[in-house]
Ligand binder design. Sequence first.
Ligand code: FAD
Length: 456
Amino acid sequence: MPSCSRVAVIGAGAAGLAAARELRREGHAPVVFERAAAVGGTWRYDAAEDAADPLGAGGAHSSLYASLRTNLPRESMGFLDFPFVAGRSSADPRRFPGHPEVLRYLEAFARRFDLLGLVRFETEVVSVRRSRDDGAGAAGWRVSYRSRRPDGAGGEPEEEVFDAVVVCNGHFTEPRVAAIAGVHCWPGKQMHSHSYRVPDPFRGQVVMVIGYQPSGMDISRDIAGVAKEVHVAMRSEPPYQMHTTTATGHANLWLHSCTIERAEEDGSLVFQDGSKIKADVVLHCTGYKYNFPFLGDSDDELAGAISVDDNRVGPLYKHVFPPMLAPHVSFIGLPFRTIPFLVFQLQSKWVAGVLSGRLELPSQEAMMRDVDAFYSDMEARGCAKRRTHDLGQGNPFEYEDWVAEQCGLGRMEGWRKGMFVATCKNLADRPDSYRDEWDDDHLLPQAHQDFRKHSY
Ligand code: FAD
């Protein structure tokens, strides 16, 4: 018979909200810990750039910039049964809306499913440890947390024991920075996209952007409107060393398919092929690191069962369950290059069903074998460890469909897959205008027909 658990959910971003909803739907009692004063996580824009540390180490604020619009069309981005559609009163009905519209959507989701009462705001989880039944206290997972006092200071840590812990703390706040030899003697300024907000501070400057994933693509164009020159250094595969420079349609923006090898005291940045550019700023758009500071210290059982190595969180069965701790510890939202909210919802349904005993996991040994086989397969394909949670490698949508099937749902809707693929192609073909011109209108009627099944 399905059983009910008291579950600690860490984080009230999109993943934590999805988890709270699915856990409660399954009959569990979730308590959501959120260090901020409101829900939304990443989608709570913070206008203050981190002037004290522009490389952003330890900055817990959101990584959004002012001009950010979604990189997925709203129809494909929303949760399965709470469509992200523009109503008559929508403040921003565009298909690729600005970030405030996403926050409004998440707030509406939290209100619609009555989740706000489950969240303990301004409460940061500082540690999670196994609590053994020694006769003195309950067995389970001891969660220590610190709530902000009315005077703004952090209060004394408090503790509570839960049956299970679902980690939803996000992975876009701990910057990864490119290593550049000699950069400490280089006179320019360095910054990470985590701290980038608006282009104005770059007026008249020569800016070297490192990385050309979605943030690098957006920010280089944002800055090109005011800067003297913007150069983007990016890997080209293979071979990394071949230096070609591409015009972009912006008179002052160049893409260099070559990485920066070193920085010199005269302000030069030297590419791998020896060519140089004198720049005022290096802007690292080089992504983020997974970080779980609350998961035990080195002699703790948790730290022994799960670790981060070169951005691989592991071992994890299907990116969710550490085999040695399953099903009581789980992670929602680690995969990238996917449709995030959908994956959060599917993973949350799976975790909720497994915790209640309605769905079954393989044995610990079988899960470990699956993880080992996945790692071996990555190695055989020459895929770097840091891409472990990259769903853009391998068969498209295989993972999403697999999790959906575990939960007894059909495969992901064809129109949603089609929109994702069409948007990736459109982004590559029309990086300047993909949010305003597209060719996948034929998928909209089916999407809206599916949405009509949900009366929210
Ligand atoms: P977060 O939103 O980061 O939420 C984590 C929450 O956990 C935060 O509220 C944080 O305060 C809290 N927390 C962390 N540690 C603790 C702790 N110890 N105790 C208590 N609380 C804690 N996705 C899309 O679908 N479409 C897009 O267009 C898109 N654009 C993006 C643009 C940028 C620049 C970035 C960075 C991401 C973008 N994403 C986009 C991905 C986006 O991150 C996901 O959509 C999603 O919002 C992530 O949700 P999350 O809940 O996993 O993490």
